[in-house]
Design a protein around this ligand. Structure first.
Ligand SMILES: Nc1ncnc2c1ncn2[C@@H]1O[C@H](COP(=O)(O)OP(=O)(O)O)[C@@H](O)[C@H]1O
Ligand SMILES: [Mg+2]
Length: 263
């Protein structure tokens, strides 16, 4: 086993092939990714390129066909409290209150007092104080997503995976939530992988932006974002990175269109 304490998370030569009706569908090919402690990496890529599949393998909800994921030098084989995940939809229990939903995610190993403290701390962290007893349908979409972020963080994982977490929110709420993630990251200094189809969001939050291409999903390019936070979305540097990423997308789209034309 390779020892590298500085790297919280390593994805090594990962391949994933699904079989649909006996036919192979190669979804991820030779994915390599390393994250230092406290680093934020954004992943962008067309729908269907395997982003969710990749996150599910990292969190231990899916298995790789080849390759492995190491979290703090240990091979990931099943979900653990070391890694929390937030999905596009909040996935809350509609009949449980905010606090009970968050408690559903908490490790059974900790004592009652510690649970109460962790719960209070995380409700405060995501700005939901006063809403502990509310039911999910009494909350806005953004607030529901805050509950699922609190649930993902309540065990103090070293890694947080976000799978298009704000995809169903309106543009202004999205921007608020991006600022929230930044604030949480500044408080917790947690390692984050953010999957998003919003290029601005990827640049606003990531230390690097990884661009994936599809069929099979490979890492096409990685762009560093060398900008201090909070980032100015209107700066020239920001605009240059945005342009570069769009260029990658358009190049790919054109190839796909040409390919489909010839098929
Ligand atoms: N459990 C599964 N069985 C078979 N195919 C799957 C499964 N999950 C995902 N896929 C396929 O893998 C590809 C990538 O899916 P996904 O990871 O959800 O992409 P993304 O999140 O980038 O939109 C898609 O073609 C999808 O149909
Ligand atoms: Mg997805």
């Amino acid at each position: 086993m390779s020892i590298d304490t500085e790297k919280t998370l390593r994805v090594e030569s990962l391949n994933k092939t699904f079989f649909i009706d006996g036919k192979p569908l190669e979804v991820l090919k030779d994915i390599n990714l390393e994250l230092k402690e406290g680093e934020v990496v954004s992943i962008v890529g067309a729908s269907g390129c395997g982003k969710s599949t990749l996150l599910k393998i990292i969190v231990g909800l899916g298995s790789a066909t080849e390759g492995r994921v190491l979290l703090k030098n240990k091979k990931v084989e099943k979900p653990s409290i070391e890694c929390g995940m937030v999905f596009q939809e909040p996935r809350l229990y509609p009949w449980l209150t905010v606090e009970k939903n968050i408690l559903m995610g908490i490790s059974r190993k900790i004592s009652g007092d510690e649970k109460k403290k962790a719960l209070r701390d995380h409700i405060n962290l995501v700005g939901l104080a006063g809403f502990e007893k509310a039911l999910p349908n009494q909350l806005s979409g953004g607030m529901q997503q805050r509950v699922s972020i609190a649930r993902a963080l309540v065990n103090r994982p070293s890694v947080l995976l976000l799978d298009e977490p704000f995809g169903s929110l309106d543009a202004l709420t999205r921007i608020d939530m991006q600022k929230e993630i930044l604030r949480i990251w500044e408080t917790e200094r947690i390692t984050i992988i953010l999957v998003t189809h919003d290029i601005d969001e990827a640049i606003y939050l990531g230390d690097r932006v990884v661009v994936m291409s599809r069929r099979p999903g490979v890492i096409k390019r990685t762009l560093p974002v060398d900008l201090p936070r909070p980032r100015d979305r209107n700066s020239e540097y920001f605009a240059n990175i945005r342009r570069e990423i769009f260029r990658e997308f358009f190049a790919e789209q054109q190839r796909t269109e040409n390919m489909e034309y010839y098929l």
